[in-house]
Design a protein around this ligand. Structure first.
Ligand code: HEC
Length: 141
């Protein structure tokens, strides 16, 4: 008899727990959903790559730099095709930055040797190209 009462109590306690999970406010639920989105779509808490992800947006207007990179620059700068300095190659980028970021921006905008002007993104503004260079540099440290 005592046993049954204990079981009942335990079940009630469990139910209580469940109810409190479902009794979340819409705000809490939205936050939870935000947190359980597939990785890559959202910054995980404590994820150190979040900083560069936010630096990767060109400031609201225009195209996101990550998209520019993936569309126009990746073919050469991810593979190193035509002697392009690879993204993630810290030494290669440090060397290029030695001449000053302004010069590096200018070469990306005007082209140099195997590097086509604006990396062929003719619809990109100079600012977008500069932001994309920043993105590459940020991801090559
Ligand atoms: C067709 C291949 C190709 C594409 C596409 C390309 N690059 Fe390059 N890029 C190169 C090569 C090759 C170099 C090395 C040029 C050199 O210094 O001889 C280079 C060099 C650079 C440099 C270093 C310039 C310097 O002063 O040292 C930057 C910055 C750069 N690219 C940015 C970009 C960006 C941003 C994009 C996309 C918008 C892009 N590239 C697309 C081939 C490419």
């Amino acid at each position: 008899m005592i046993n049954i009462v204990l079981k009942k109590l335990a079940t009630m306690a469990l139910l209580g727990l469940c109810v409190s999970v479902f009794a979340m406010t819409d705000q809490q639920r939205a936050e939870l959903e935000e947190r359980i989105k597939p990785a890559g779509q959202v910054c995980m808490e404590g994820d150190s790559s979040c900083g560069s992800a936010s630096a990767a947006s060109s400031g609201g207007s225009g195209k996101p730099v990550e998209e520019i990179y993936n569309t126009y620059c990746m073919a050469c700068h991810t593979t190193g095709a035509a002697g392009a300095p690879k993204i993630g190659d810290a030494a290669a980028w440090e060397e290029r930055l030695g001449k000053g970021i302004e010069e590096v921006y200018a070469n990306a905008i005007n082209g140099i040797n195997g590097m086509p002007p604006k990396g062929t993104c003719m619809s990109c503004s100079d600012e977008e190209i500069e932001a994309t260079v920043d993105y590459i540099v940020e991801n090559s440290k």
